[in-house]
Design a protein around this ligand. Structure first.
Ligand SMILES: [Ca+2]
Ligand SMILES: [Ca+2]
Ligand SMILES: [Ca+2]
Length: 454
């Protein structure tokens, strides 16, 4: 969240606190726990749910991660042309667990076909994936336990306390096929056979050093496990993000899974799993022992992604930009600016792709020429969103200003663009530039190096 966004958010909270004393108590408990009424056709689903679960102590629940974040998730699970719906709730007069009521629409009415008791108190995520390759989707529901012991088996204390339950749906009800403990999950078709595969990472903090395990699971058409391979990843304190890409090497296809996590209190790290799609073997191209510092260790929380939109994931690391400084609000001392160095995987090693000034808050990066390092530096003023490029002498003194880039809202741009010329415009911002020394750099150079992130 940008500084301004945060301030605005904080203001809303402050206003809410101020208002709550007089207003909130007027609402009854019932009004607080009821969700807003579903509109249109889906209001019938809400009525069906209320008829099915007749209780005054129902509290609606919603998944906290993934694409489906509503208490009511509607999709055609079995491709029969009629929607199914999952409704998530808890009822403390029954037990402490989250529940799922499953409904089927027969074209006219929503009918309850099943009520499941969850594996824990909170719902982490729900997704629909054909993991057994039978052409129908399975239901993957993940739960978060508020009681770590119930979410861990006897030998594991897993970060996140999450439990995956995999259900098949046959039109009449749900059948539990598998239950697994995990920290973070990623589902995709790794071997290209048409059925989706599950990657689980588990972070175990019950040993002296952190143990992070990666695991790939595949199912046959009867939903039996047909492939289950585990391997050690770089020890992390938590897993934050998982993405994948695929490459063809010497005629063979590989899927690569990039696992970003917390290495230590102030460091982040990436480990990579390379899955041979044909032989179904696992290779860890940049893995190292826990005693060494991983080459992907970095102090900023920047995730692996396809930063240059070429279909291949890049991994970020950091490099100090000599004399680069950031001027911060409230007259704090300037702080060091780092270049983000993006690399991808090649021949079991990191291969450099490019370096940039990375401005996530304003959604752009500027490619920084390797030859500039030591000769050109930047000063970023976060009070006015101004990124200025300067020549530097041997002593690190700023010389001539070469050019600058400033981010405007469209309203601010229209009011006063302060002599900046338009570089690029998006829905969110207008990016302006000044060219102060055209002997050293051209307008074309600036345009070529400036990239808005998608
Ligand atoms: Ca299936
Ligand atoms: Ca597959
Ligand atoms: Ca890329």
């Amino acid at each position: 969240m940008s500084k301004r966004g945060f301030a605005f958010f904080a203001m809303i909270i402050a206003v809410c606190i101020l208002l709550s004393g007089c207003n909130m108590t007027l609402l009854s408990t019932e009004e607080l726990i009821r969700p807003p009424k579903l509109s249109g056709e889906n209001s019938f689903l809400q009525e069906a749910f209320e008829r099915t679960v007749k209780s005054d102590t129902v509290q609606m629940k919603s998944p906290i991660k993934g694409d489906n974040r509503s208490s009511y998730v509607i999709t055609d699970i079995d491709y029969d042309g009629n929607d199914e719906a999952l409704v998530f709730y808890s009822d403390y007069s029954v037990d402490e667990f989250a529940h799922v009521a499953v409904f089927k629409n027969d074209g006219k009415l929503w009918k309850n076909v099943s009520i499941l008791t969850g594996a824990a108190e909170e719902i982490y995520s729900v997704s629909f994936n054909d993991v057994n390759g039978d052409g129908k989707k399975e239901i993957l529901i993940s739960w978060t336990s508020l009681n770590p012991e119930s979410a861990s088996n006897e030998t594991l204390t897993l970060v996140g306390n999450r439990i995956l339950t995999l259900y098949t749906f046959n039109g009449a009800g749900m059948t539990l096929q598998k239950t697994e403990h995990f920290t973070e999950m990623y589902v995709s078709d790794f071997n290209g056979d048409g059925s989706e595969d599950i990657f689980l990472s588990t972070v175990n903090i019950s040993y002296d050093s952190n143990r992070t395990i990666g695991r790939i699971i595949q199912f046959d058409e009867n939903s039996f496990v047909k492939y289950d391979e585990s391997f050690s990843l770089i020890g992390m304190l938590d897993v934050l993000s998982i993405v994948s890409d695929s490459v063809v090497k010497e005629g063979k296809k590989y899927t690569r899974i990039y696992v970003d996590g917390i290495l230590s209190d102030a460091a982040f790290v990436t480990d990579v799993v390379e899955f041979d799609c044909k032989d179904e073997t696992v290779n860890l191209p940049i893995h190292i022992n826990n005693s060494e510092t991983p080459p992907t260790a970095r102090t900023n929380k920047i995730y692996s992604c396809d930063i240059n939109s070429d279909g291949i994931i890049e991994i970020p690391t950091l490099q100090e930009l000599p004399y680069g400084r950031r001027i911060n609000p409230d007259a704090e001392e300037p702080t060091q600016i780092y270049l983000v160095v993006w690399s991808n995987i090649s021949d079991d090693d990191l291969e450099f792709v490019f370096k940039c000034i990375y401005n996530k808050a304003q959604n752009y990066y500027f490619i920084f020429d390797e030859e500039w390092i030591g000769q050109i530096t930047v000063v970023y003023n976060s009070n006015n969103d101004l990124l200025a490029f300067y020549e530097v002498d041997e002593d690190g003194e700023l010389g001539d200003k070469l050019f600058s880039i400033k981010t405007f809202s469209s309203a601010a741009w229209n009011e006063n663009s302060y002599g900046f010329e338009r570089l690029l415009a998006t829905d969110a911002y207008i990016y302006g530039y000044t060219l102060d020394n055209s002997d050293r750099i051209s307008k074309q150079d600036i345009q070529n190096s400036f990239v808005v992130m998608s």
